[in-house]
Design a protein around this ligand. Sequence first.
Ligand code: NAP
Length: 281
Amino acid sequence: MANLDPPSVQPLYPGTVSQPSDLKGLYLSAELPANRGNSPWIAANFVTSLDGRIALDQGGGCRVPEGIANARDWRLFQELAARADCLITSGRYLRDLQTGSAQDVLPLGHEFDDLRAWRISQGLPPQPDVVVVSGGVDYTLPPDLTAQRRRVYLMVPQVVNEASLEVHCREGAKVLDRYPGQRVTGARLRQALAGAGYRRAYSVAGPQIAHTLMADGSLDTLFLTQRYRAIGGNPGTYETITEGDPLMPPAEFTLQWLYLDPAGGQHFLRLDSAAIASGKS
Ligand SMILES: NC(=O)c1ccc[n+]([C@@H]2O[C@H](COP(=O)([O-])OP(=O)(O)OC[C@H]3O[C@@H](n4cnc5c(N)ncnc54)[C@H](OP(=O)(O)O)[C@@H]3O)[C@@H](O)[C@H]2O)c1
């Protein structure tokens, strides 16, 4: 895995090529939308291979392949989490955590003391809250979350019976919303997040939640690290950044920044939805 040396990346866009920037702090100090009335800013982040893979099943379930995971991207992933009021995760991720096939506990990770300290200096709790999106309640909440005194909210289908929900509530979780059907829409999720008072939500989930958010224009910003490696994999064994019905119209984004990271063999993009890019939302 690459490390944080050399410490700089090269800004390529917007503007002309300028002085290298420090990788550490790049996303922590970036200007991000905050005051959008009663509508939280929702962002997602992925590291992908040249052939567009974000996860590969090499036995034991899909996970981010070692061929693309790296400390430089991981640092930026954690910095974005540090900026968030809450993280959006999935029922499947919690099941993967339980079986040991998930990448890590939810950020902020153990080794990021500086980011927890930064949050405290900003008047924020040390860890962002967690919102679990699922078509049921078939998952186990990691005890770490409540031990870290994070609020844990659940998006729950109306059909779920009270008894199975009660198990999670006894462990400290609260129901954020009970939605009709088996799949919540991005708009309903946004409304629920707004109801809880959140201003910035960060999806650390995968392609299905990204698709949910993109399908109705609820994904405001996509952060993308593209590593210059192709990793292959047969259909059914890998995942890409969205999974679901064709997006019609396509989810369209505007490039906001591009940093070249020669040491990591990758670049970092920020892409905003049209509404965010035009400042209308
Ligand atoms: N390379 C990267 O940067 C990156 C980033 C994130 C994730 N990943 C990888 O992507 C893979 C999948 O991650 P993931 O499972 O967290 O993400 P996901 O594919 O977005 O989430 C899948 C689960 O989320 C729930 N879900 C999704 N959309 C929903 C909706 N509209 N309404 C209700 N529930 C919904 C469902 O949970 P239930 O099954 O409980 O109903 C579903 O099984 C993992 O291998 C992970 O490592 C890679």
